[in-house]
Design a binder for this molecule. Sequence first.
Ligand code: TXA
Ligand code: MG
Length: 327
Amino acid sequence: AGNRRTTERSFATPEAIAAAAQCLRRGGLVAMPTETVYGLAADATSDEAVAGIYAAKGRPTFNPLIAHVGGVESAKEQARFDADAERLARAFWPGPLTLVLPAAATCRVSLLARAGLDSIALRAPDHPVARALIEAAGRPLAAPSANASGHVSPTDADHVLADLDGRIDWILDAGRCRHGLESTIVACLDGGPTLLRPGALPREAIEAALGRPLATRAAGAPDAPRAPGQLVSHYAPHARLRLAARAVSPEEAALDFNGALAGAPCRARLDLSPRGNLVEAAANLFAWLRALDQSGASIIATAPIPASGLGAAINDRLRRAAAPRDL
Ligand code: TXA
Ligand code: MG
């Protein structure tokens, strides 16, 4: 409720792709076919547009999203490629391989799409419609699979509409997806190429290109995957979080919502949404957390956030950020 809109379904003609790209540039949501599964695309450089993805999917948590690009050249504006990453991108892009890499200083992908992390997931899809849409939008597109949270990934336009009709602006219909399985995810951070998610590109093909085996995230490791989407260690502020605070003290910083903590003296105060809008609050969450962390306060008091809609995801992320850590 609250974000009903008319969903335009069109065959992926050049005219429809151009119109959908316009829609993306204005912050809209477009379901696009890729060779793996349909993705729910938004302008990856806009926190507000990315917040719309989480709202439409009804995601209970903010998992980081894949930024879809045209190829290695544009990917290099967003991330740092080591020799392994370069080799894998040259071997398999465009195609069903996602690389998780350190974000570049020039990275324009929204902190919300990255879930506040210093790494970024990038993929150049091999589907003519996705490629044309990225090109026409002129920016990276953040896109998780175009299904409601908890449902299986959609491999045709009917699947997408069954979950998202009335919640997104466009769907570009190009029939069935060739692979019908999500991309394989490999991290090239420090510690050698590591398989994070098996997918449409076989592990053997990746190992043949690398000339050595891929590491696998060890079961039982602190951030071992328990389910898809839990593959990452999450952004954690240095400051301690005091949740659902009704008041703030002078030495604390305040992460406010709807002006609840306004007026009291404190070290710094940033309001996630002065008008109490949860989509706006989600868009600001990671950027404001980082800024308050840099204020030097050792405690960040966070205002109560409603539990409805994106509030559930915001509260989930704040609880994780507040949990004691032994890192
Ligand atoms: O085939 C695919 O990969 C499809 C199409 C649309 O491209 N997309 C897709 O996205 O499956 P999604 O959001 O359903 O899955 C993305 C996965 C999540 O499990 C997320 O945790 C992981 O990528 N991921 C994204 N950024 C990451 C990062 N910085 N570090 C580790 N994992 C990351
Ligand atoms: Mg998914």
